[in-house]
Design a protein around this ligand. Structure first.
Ligand code: GZL
Length: 328
């Protein structure tokens, strides 16, 4: 009898050990450790909820993948990004990643990184250069498609309201940045064939809430009740513009169609209140792809040249009650 009991205990212990080993291996895949990989990351700044969400995700994913992160915030200045990249090169990091605040002006510092044998990942935004091979890949949204989605929404909205003349003002993001150039081009191309659509003016709001308010006040002073639509390149500028619209005696979302991009929690809450009509998503959660790509590059593997995340549109055409918390 005693031997039988001991036998049952041994079998039970073996089964429990096998289970814990299996799940232990499972978890290992999700928290792989790469302490020997040093990643230098230059971030544009902290200009918006989107940017802060992007920074948080980069830091969380670096920790999740066990990657050592040298993180520098450039406070909206290209010269600070260039200086940070030079520090990463001097420090001999394994991989450099950065979100270029504007598209031009990177050739010299990226040639230095190339000559130092350090691969560079573009995150979120792109560069414009005649030089080949300065960067390994771009991980970021399809901004042109975001602009098209915004324009196609406006056409549907104009049809639904039976509008036959649509005057639009545009508050753009940082001049010469990839999202500004492509969101403007995508939107313009989407409405180009629709003769009802007229863009009255585009003003650079630099993706900032304060500038969004200033731009909206200027546009209201110039065009007043002629404005039918405000197309804003990010939520921050939209949230800055709304109080100016109300102060001028108009009801945003009703007297004026409000279209925004990013999809942060604050804008989604205002969308649900009816003061914004459409928010095109631009996810800041790029960290997982950045870390996996950095590991591949560090291992000398080929990587995809362009990685676009899946993105959606939120608008007053939908049931907005079940939008999950946005996390930024
Ligand atoms: C878009 C990103 C933009 C956001 C803004 O990917 O570059 O920069 O739309 C942020 O909120 O400032």
């Amino acid at each position: 009898m005693k031997l039988k009991k001991i036998g049952i205990i041994i079998i039970t212990m073996s089964i429990l050990m096998a289970i814990s080993l299996f799940f232990g291996c499972q978890n290992k895949e999700n928290t792989q450790s790469n302490p020997e990989l040093l990643l230098g990351f230059s971030q544009i700044g902290s200009e918006s909820a989107w940017r802060i969400g992007n920074t948080n995700d980069i830091e969380e994913q670096a920790a999740n993948y066990g990657i050592s992160l040298m993180f520098e915030n450039a406070n909206q200045k290209q010269e600070n990004q260039i200086a940070a990249i030079r520090r990463f090169i001097a420090y001999k990091v394994d991989v450099i990643a950065f979100s270029p605040i504007v598209e031009e002006g990177w050739d010299n510092v990226l040639l230095e990184a190339k000559n130092a044998g350090i691969p560079v990942i573009l995150v979120d935004r792109d560069i414009s250069s005649k030089e080949e091979g300065l960067t390994a890949c771009l991980i970021g949204a399809d901004f042109y498609k975001e602009g098209v989605m915004a324009g196609e929404y406006l056409i549907r909205k104009a049809d639904a309201l039976g509008l036959d003349d649509v005057n639009i003002v545009e508050i753009t993001g940082t001049d010469n940045s990839t999202p500004m150039r492509q969101r403007q081009a995508g939107f313009a191309d989407a409405i180009a064939q629709d003769e009802r659509m007229h863009i009255l003016e585009s003003i650079d709001g630099d993706f900032l809430k304060s500038r969004g308010a200033e731009c909206m006040k200027t546009l209201l002073d110039r065009y007043g009740d002629k404005i039918d639509v405000v197309y804003s390149h990010n939520d921050e500028m939209t949230l800055g513009a709304l109080p100016e619209i109300e102060a001028a005696g108009f009801v945003p979302g009703q007297d004026m169609i409000i279209i925004s991009i990013d999809g942060g929690q604050d804008a989604i809450d205002v969308l649900k209140s009816g003061k914004i009509n459409c928010v095109v998503e631009c996810t800041p959660k790029l960290g997982k792809e950045v870390m996996e790509t950095a590991i591949r590059l560090n291992n000398g593997e080929e990587v995809e040249k362009l990685i676009h995340p899946e993105e959606q549109i939120f608008s007053d055409e939908q049931d907005l009650s079940n939008i999950a918390p946005r996390g930024y």
